[in-house]
Design a protein around this ligand. Structure first.
Ligand code: GLY
Length: 321
């Protein structure tokens, strides 16, 4: 019988402008562009800044995406990711995250409480164990073992929002509908100067979710997928719809078949709309190994942040209807 020690691997792996309208891919295969980093929502702008510091100095895409998404994870003003994230129906903040490199190595944690940076725990799962996904108490025990510090993640602002929601619950609320704007996960994909791809995805998930609910963000293939030979994709929005379509994997497979990142993202949104008659809000971003990007959504307000050619810019995406 394998012991816990058998699953642990010792050591780690070495090593502006606002544009409105549908964004078309801008680099052609004969015009490779690197580094590039793309991420979801306006909180992607400061996240990209942190990622760019790594990329611009010739660093590894995996280090860049981890450094990038740690920014909103640590920002109490971002109420959909990490510290300050809105809690579940019991008033508990539970976090989901995953990370993936160019060689199909990946790690994930789900339903984690009291640790501010689940993406870094996910990376430890990837580098120090033979597993991919740890959840709940097991993930928290692993985090303690890896030296991460526990802290209270429920800010006063998030607690007040939860109290207001709780006070206004009615008998009709058994499906616990999301409050608009409260599942704004950060997904990020980066290409470094050596044309290595990596991605990360991290969230506090749907606000007021049932205790124990896990969304798409820590699910490899749903919230994130990276194939170093093809490209990477990540998702934000209603996680159940993303899981149902295996959205990020679908986009990478469509790129493998020859679609551009933009065409692949649009195909994934059409798949979400077909498979989910209630048309839940979802958005995807993608980046291929040549530096071409794509983004698509059925949201009215989805924006992504793109850092390329030394410029960090926020782009509004026209929704598919
Ligand atoms: N996309 C985040 C979630 O549904 O949990």
């Amino acid at each position: 019988m394998p012991t816990r020690r058998d699953f642990l691997i010792t050591g780690g792996i070495g090593l502006g402008a606002v544009v409105v309208g549908k964004h078309a891919a801008t680099a052609s295969p004969s015009n490779r562009t690197a580094p590039v980093v793309i991420s979801t929502w306006p909180h992607g702008i400061p996240a990209n800044e942190a990622a760019w510091k790594v990329l611009d100095s010739g660093g590894y895409a995996l280090d860049a995406v981890e450094a990038g998404v740690r920014v909103p994870e640590g920002d109490p003003e971002v109420m959909s990711v990490g510290y300050g994230g809105l809690p579940d129906e019991d008033g508990v903040v539970t976090l989901d995250s995953c990370i993936m490199d160019e060689k199909w190595r990946c790690g994930a944690v789900a339903f984690v409480r009291n640790f501010k940076h689940p993406v870094s725990i996910a990376r430890k799962v990837m580098e120090r164990t033979r597993h991919i996904l740890l959840v709940g108490e097991g993930a928290e025990k692993f985090a303690r073992m890896m030296g991460f510090q526990e802290e209270n993640l429920l800010t006063e602002a998030a607690r007040r929002r939860w109290l207001r929601w709780k006070a206004n619950l009615s008998e009709k609320d058994n499906l616990l509908p999301a409050v608009e704007g409260n599942h704004d996960t950060i997904g990020m994909v980066a290409l470094d100067t050596h044309y290595r791809l990596a991605g990360a995805c991290t969230t506090s998930g749907l606000s007021n979710k049932l205790h124990g609910r896990v969304g798409d963000s820590p699910i490899i293939g749903a919230g994130l997928y990276v194939d170093g030979e093809v490209g990477g994709a990540s998702a934000t929005g209603v996680g159940e719809a993303v899981i149902r379509t295996a959205g990020s994997f679908l986009i990478v497979e469509k790129m493998r078949e020859g679609m551009s990142p933009q065409e692949a993202c649009e195909e994934a949104i059409r798949r979400v709309m077909k498979m989910n008659p209630e048309n839940p809000h979802v958005a995807f971003i993608a980046l291929d190994k040549e530096g071409n990007i794509g983004a698509a959504t059925n949201y009215d307000k989805f924006q992504y942040a793109l850092y390329r050619d030394g410029t960090n810019s926020l782009h509004t995406v026209t929704p598919i209807r």
